[in-house]
Design a protein around this ligand. Sequence first.
Ligand code: 5GP
Ligand code: ZN
Length: 113
Amino acid sequence: MADCIFCKIINKEIPSKIIYEDDHVLAIHDIEPVAPVHILVMPRKHITGIAAVTDEELSNIGHIYGVIRDIAKKMELNEGYRVVLNHGQQGGQTVNHLHFHLLGGRSMNWPPG
Ligand code: 5GP
Ligand code: ZN
């Protein structure tokens, strides 16, 4: 999508620190990390958010979780980590291209703010 910042990152029009990519998924370091490890994992396909995922695409979400699992292992987040998906205005979503946050390297608070 033309004016989507994550699509521009996926198309390499905007630089990013890529830590994993395959045919369906890109994982990059967040530009404003809120934890020692803060990675964004997103589908290459522009999907505005989780509410726009079709039943046919649900297996891709499973693939994304597998990528998250593997990155967490590679980064030795053995003490634990958090996976966050913000959706919509009240959910705190600021970029309307589906993405998951992988947060680690510190203790997380609950409930989240
Ligand atoms: P959201 O608030 O939509 O769940 O998360 C969007 C995330 O994208 C934020 O954590 C923000 O720091 C990150 N972000 C926004 N613009 C860029 C960018 O240009 N590059 C990278 N690497 N991350 C970005
Ligand atoms: Zn996009």
